[in-house]
Design a protein around this ligand. Structure first.
Ligand code: AVI
Length: 324
């Protein structure tokens, strides 16, 4: 019997989540903004992979280093049967954990979850070949859909993990909702492994999001090309300029597209026209930078108690393992 490597969590997902209402809403607000999910069309996903390799963009390699150092210890502590990864992407970093699980010859179930069907399917097929003793099955959907699905499909002891500091792209309210949902998918004794980017000097943060090769600029501007393609728009990317600034009060990087010259933009499929004044900005992403102790307290308020934390030598990135 050939089983499908990926389960689509909501067959209407594509139509439902990209009806563009959020674009209209964001661009009609006083401080214009766009949801970061529009970064990730195919070219955007490729640009993000390139960002992860940039010399200035430390989070990916720092988290990978921590995982390499401590994967055996994580496996020894958790020793669970079902590994679930939210926002798995290419699952590259995860393989360090899967290797460590394989060493203790445990037959695990690995469920990678992503919104991007292409990358999910490819990585599931590759992983099935690499780890023939593991049951590997992808779930295609949003975090929210996946967490609802997991809540009502509990099989065995779990470790849920959310790496790459993707939590930082949620505002505090979204973060709270997300963590509530996470704890609803866990049973007493289950684990949650969270990777978070930590607060550090402004110059290091701003360099990571304003890289010298301008890959992050291309990634940010690509959002407008994506909207053009999806909604038959006429954004001219030459009329916008990328900038990322660190907001020291809210401890977050804010990525903007600044308009160089006043003009109108039309998104035909949405039947929507919007005016940009010269100097006006669109906020396309926040990337929050956390304090390890404060985050542990927030997790604890959701019943997620820290078992152990790990960081790198400079304390730039943190991994928190908690138990429900
Ligand atoms: C996906 N996310 C955790 C990245 C970040 O650092 O907030 C997205 C990113 N934006 C610009 N560079 C990377």
């Amino acid at each position: 019997m050939i089983t499908q490597p990926v389960t689509v969590l909501d067959h209407h997902y594509q139509e439902l989540s990209i009806d563009g209402k959020d674009v209209i809403k964001g661009l009609t607000e006083k401080r214009k903004n766009l949801p970061p999910k529009y970064f990730y069309d195919d070219p955007g996903s490729l640009l993000f992979e390139k960002i992860c390799e940039l010399p200035e963009y430390y989070p990916t390699r720092t988290e990978a280093w921590i995982l390499q150092q401590y994967a055996d210890e994580i496996v020894e502590i958790t020793n669970c049967c079902e590994l679930i990864e939210l926002g798995s992407g290419s699952s590259t970093k995860t393989q360090v954990l899967l290797d460590a699980y394989q060493k203790i010859a445990k037959s695990c179930r690995y469920l990678p979850i992503d919104v991007s069907g292409g990358i999910l399917k490819t990585s599931v097929l590759q992983l099935q070949e690499k780890y023939p003793d593991f049951a590997i099955h992808g779930l295609l959907g949003t975090y929210e859909q996946a967490l609802v699905h997991l809540e009502s499909n509990y099989l065995q002891s779990r470790m849920l993990f959310f790496l790459g500091s993707s939590l930082g792209n949620f505002n505090p309210e979204e973060c709270d909702i997300f963590l509530n949902q996470v704890s609803r998918t866990l049973q007493p004794g289950d684990y949650f492994l969270l990777g978070i980017d930590l607060q550090k000097p402004q110059d290091i943060l701003e360099a990571a999001y304003n890289d010298s090769q301008e890959v992050t600029a291309a990634f940010n501007l690509n959002m407008l090309s994506h909207l053009n393609w999806r909604f038959q728009g006429n954004f001219d990317i030459n009329l916008f300029r990328h900038q990322a600034v660190y907001n020291q009060v809210d401890h977050q990087i804010e990525m903007y597209l600044h308009c160089r010259k006043s003009h109108w933009v039309n998104l035909e499929i949405l039947d929507f026209k919007v005016y940009f004044a010269e100097g006006e900005s669109i906020l396309t992403e926040i990337s929050r930078k956390f304090d390890l102790v404060t985050m542990q307290k927030q997790l604890q308020s959701k019943g997620l108690n820290t078992v152990k934390t790990w960081t790198d030598e400079k304390s730039w990135f943190g991994l928190i393992l908690c138990q429900f």
